[in-house]
Write a protein that binds this ligand. Structure first.
Ligand SMILES: Nc1ncnc2c1ncn2[C@@H]1O[C@H](COP(=O)(O)OP(=O)(O)OP(=O)(O)O)[C@@H](O)[C@H]1O
Length: 294
């Protein structure tokens, strides 16, 4: 078998290295300190500490059950840690707040409200007048490219369009951080690719930091500045990878040596020997000896 001769994922071009030094010179927006979460007797998060910089795009990956959603839910204030704390711009997170926007995999729009009313909802709850909310909602709907659909109802939109509305609605409250938990997980592959490009475009135009949970390693590399890799047994941070792929990103980079090297490292961390050992299949055979497919 021919093996690819890949560079190390740690190799960075001068251009990429300069971008990371600029990123790290920005203020820390999110500070996670020695976070632990135990459900009954099961330790889901164990001593997780990390810092995210302002306007950084960080993806969170790891095997199923490693605590990705739990981490995001704690940052969102939807779950309380067993110990440790989360600071957003220096303020301790203890409950949900408008400084954090959330987009989930399931479509969470109100089906009885139009696109415009869905986006206006949080603004009106936050105390804005109807006129103010309407003009702000229009601006966000414009940003996600759905002006023509502002009077449509969610059932009249495709899955990708619904998620664009969900992004507009989350951004309308001017959150400091956007927390996205598998937001494109239910979309078909083509729509998913389009949504990834839309999201990068939106992120470039808004002063917001993004934490994005995904199972899709290509998606993580395509979107991220850094990738947080969580592991299980024991639960821990395995690595924080600085993605060496230059920006602006495009699908033509999927086969570039930097992209493939990062993917190989992620595969090694997530699907390495540890996972295979953790879940061995029982040696049961339901076919006749000699009737092998390989
Ligand atoms: N409310 C809860 N009560 C009890 N256990 C929970 C609760 N929420 C999460 N867990 C457990 O914590 C562990 C981590 O769950 P979590 O959903 O955070 O993982 P994940 O990495 O997001 O998984 P997946 O990739 O499959 O979505 C799992 O074992 C899960 O069963």
């Amino acid at each position: 078998m021919q093996t690819l001769n890949l560079p190390s994922h740690l190799d960075q071009s001068p251009e990429v290295a300069a971008r990371f030094s600029k990123l790290k010179s920005r203020p820390v927006i999110l500070d996670v300190n020695h976070l632990n979460k135990t459900f009954h007797t099961h330790t889901t998060l164990n001593d997780i500490s990390l810092q995210v910089f302002r306007r950084e795009f960080m993806c969170v990956v790891g095997p199923s059950g490693c605590g990705k959603s739990t981490l995001i839910r704690i940052i969102a204030g939807l779950e309380t840690p067993t110990s440790g704390d989360v600071l957003l711009e220096g303020t301790q997170v203890s409950a949900p707040g408008s400084d954090r926007g959330m987009v989930f995999q399931g479509y969470t729009l109100f089906p009885w409200l139009t696109v415009k009313k869905n986006v206006m909802f949080g603004l009106e709850i936050g105390g804005r007048s109807s006129t103010e909310s309407e003009s702000e909602a229009r601006q966000w709907i414009d940003l996600v490219g759905l002006s023509k659909f502002e009077n449509s109802y969610p059932h009249e939109l495709s899955g990708g369009m619904k998620q664009r509305v969900a992004i507009a609605r989350a951004l309308a409250n001017n959150p400091r951080i956007l927390l996205m938990d598998e937001p494109f997980g239910a979309l078909d592959a083509q729509t998913r690719c389009k949504m990834q490009s839309y999201l990068l475009e939106i992120w470039k135009r808004v002063d917001v930091t993004i934490m994005f949970v995904t199972h899709d390693l290509d998606e993580a590399i395509y979107l991220s500045d850094r990738i947080l890799v969580l592991g299980t047994n024991p639960s821990r941070i395995m690595e924080v990878i600085e993605v060496p792929v230059p920006r602006p990103r495009s699908s033509s980079q999927f086969l570039s040596p930097e992209f493939l090297a990062t993917k190989a490292r992620l595969e090694e961390l997530i699907h390495g020997p540890e996972e295979a050992e953790a879940m061995p299949l029982p040696k049961i055979r339901l076919t006749h000896a000699g009737d092998d497919v390989e």
